[in-house]
Design a protein. Structure first.
Length: 252
C-alpha cells in the first residue's frame, strides 16, 4: 500500500482522524495537503510530517466555500502538478433533540458534512479527469439510517452521513469511465475530540462501550489504515463501496 509519487488532499486534518489520515498517507510516501479552518494548526501537522521525513503543505480551507476549496486544489496543483487522492474528512457532530433543532443548525451541519464533500470531490475530480486516475475516500458514519444505525439527537448528522453514502455511489458510477474510484468509510465510535463528552461522563461512556462488542472505542489510526487501503492500488477493484469499521456495533 505504497503511495510514493502520489498527491493527497485531506480535509479536516488539523486534529483527530483527519490528522491521523494525513500522517498515515505521508508515511506511505504521499505528498500531502493538510487542510482545515486553522492555518496555524494545519502547519503543526505539516511540521510533524516533515520531521518524519515526509512532504506536506498547510492550506486553510472552509469546505463550505467554493472559492476556498478551489484555492486548496490550486495549491496542490501549483506545488506538485496534480491531485491523485482526496480524503473528504471535514465534519461536525452536535447532539440536539429533533424538536429543538434549529434551521441554522440543520443548515450548518449539512453544509459542512455534505455540501463540503460535494465541493471538494468536484474540484478534485476535475483534476483527476485530466490524468484519468484518482481515488476519493469519503468519511461517512454508521449513524446513517438504512443499513446503518439511527441515533436520537442526531437527525441532522445522520441525514448528512446518509447523503455521503448516496453521493459516494453516484460519483463512483459517473467517474468510473475516468478510472477514478470513489469509496466511503463508515466508522463507529472513534476516540477523537468529537466524542470527548462521552469520555467525561462515566455512565455515558459505559453505555457506549456496552453497545460495542469489542468494548472499546476505535483508534484514529485504525481508520487511517482503511483510508490508506482505499487510497492505494491495493483496492484497485473497489468503487462505490461503504466499508464499516465499528468494533462490531452493527453486528449487534
Amino acid at each position: 500500500m505504497e503511495l510514493k509519487g502520489k498527491v493527497a488532499i485531506i480535509t479536516g486534518a488539523r486534529r483527530g482522524m483527519g490528522k491521523s489520515h494525513a500522517l498515515k498517507l505521508a508515511g506511505a510516501g504521499a505528498k500531502v495537503v493538510v487542510s482545515d479552518i486553522s492555518q496555524e494548526e494545519c502547519q503543526k501537522v505539516v511540521d510533524e510530517i516533515q520531521k518524519n521525513g515526509g512532504e506536506a503543505i498547510a492550506v486553510k480551507c472552509d469546505v463550505t466555500k467554493r472559492e476556498e476549496v478551489e484555492n486548496m486544489v490550486r495549491a496542490a496543483v501549483g506545488k506538485w502538478g496534480k491531485v491523485d487522492i482526496l480524503v473528504n474528512n471535514a465534519g461536525i457532530c452536535q447532539f440536539k433533540p429533533f424538536l429543538e433543532l434549529t434551521e441554522e443548525e440543520w443548515d450548518r451541519t449539512l453544509d459542512i458534512n455534505l455540501k463540503g464533500y460535494f465541493l471538494c470531490a468536484q474540484a478534485c475530480a476535475k483534476e483527476m479527469v485530466k490524468q484519468k486516475s484518482g481515488a476519493i475516500v469519503n468519511i461517512a458514519s454508521i449513524v446513517m439510517g438504512q443499513m446503518g444505525k439511527g441515533m436520537a439527537g442526531l437527525a441532522h448528522y445522520s441525514a448528512s452521513k446518509g447523503g455521503i453514502v448516496a453521493l459516494t455511489k453516484t460519483l463512483a458510477l459517473e467517474l468510473a469511465p475516468y478510472n477514478i474510484r470513489v469509496n466511503a468509510i463508515a466508522p463507529g465510535t472513534i476516540d477523537t475530540p468529537m466524542v470527548a463528552s462521552a469520555k467525561t461522563d462515566p455512565k455515558m461512556l459505559e453505555a457506549t462501550l456496552n453497545m460495542i462488542p469489542l468494548h472499546r472505542m476505535g483508534k484514529p489510526e485504525e481508520v487511517s489504515n482503511l483510508v490508506l487501503f482505499l487510497a492505494s492500488e491495493a483496492s484497485s477493484y473497489m468503487t462505490g463501496s461503504t466499508v464499516v469499521i465499528d468494533g462490531g456495533w452493527l453486528a449487534g
